[in-house]
Design a binder for this molecule. Structure first.
Ligand SMILES: [Zn+2]
Length: 229
């Protein structure tokens, strides 16, 4: 059985980070809150085909970890003439607004945690892919309007749409999943789509890329096609 992971990291172990694991038959294997970094890394069995991390895994060219201190003491300068990475710019051109990383970013604790988790997962011999659940949601369900009255309604809709992809999820009436749980599932699903060659990469190979689904991907298409590599 092949396994595919997803993580929706919070900025620190004070708030739970949801981790998800699904298999190549699109079945939910595990969905659980973790706290400490070590607990997150230990959540994923070896081998897991790859793990989708919903946090920046790289920084804009020219910037370093020093720039991600709350108040940077360095003099690094970004190389791009715009703020953030090429990946975020390409997402924007696809109509998807992503968090932009810069020396002035306000969520630096979260950025630092994402980078740290990536390092630790790599050290544990895992393959890590940067994913963006909002993009996955918008690309997999482009016909669904996401301008809903409440966050609760949005979660209900997303959960019922995700049930068409992932087997073993409860209905929203049985148990409405949290926003963080849904994002962890979207992260894992993106990795599984990548395995089925149903994704594209946005961004620059050197600077860092984000995996997003191809538009109009359907599950029945994927299950009919042989996996090439
Ligand atoms: Zn710096």
């Amino acid at each position: 059985m092949l396994l595919f992971g997803g993580i929706d990291p919070t900025a620190s172990s004070r708030r739970p980070t949801f981790c998800a694991l699904i298999n190549e038959k699109f079945w939910l294997v595990k969905l659980k809150p973790c706290r400490k970094d070590a607990e997150i890394v230990a959540f994923f069995p070896s081998p897991t085909w790859a793990i989708g991390l919903d946090a920046p895994c790289t920084l804009p060219l020219g910037l370093g970890r020093c720039c991600m201190e709350d108040v940077p003491q360095c003099n690094c300068q970004p190389q791009n003439p715009w703020k953030g990475r090429i990946a975020e710019r390409e997402l924007r051109s696809l109509g998807i607004h992503a968090y932009v990383i810069s020396r002035e970013s306000f969520a630096k604790g979260w950025i630092r945690r994402g980078l740290r988790l990536r390092d630790q997962l790599l050290a544990a011999n895992h393959t890590v892919l940067e994913v963006f659940p909002t993009a996955t949601k918008k690309r997999l369900f482009p016909k669904s309007s996401w301008q809903l009255k409440s966050r609760r309604e949005e979660r209900q809709r997303l959960q019922s749409l995700l049930r068409e992809w992932i087997e073993g999820l409860p209905t929203a009436e049985e148990h409405l999943l949290s926003h963080d749980e849904l994002d962890a599932l979207l992260a894992a699903l993106t990795v599984l789509l990548h395995y089925y060659h149903a994704t594209i990469l946005v961004g620059d190979q050197v600077e860092g890329q984000i995996v997003i689904p191809r538009l109009y991907t359907t599950k029945s298409d994927l299950l009919q096609k042989p996996v090439l590599s």
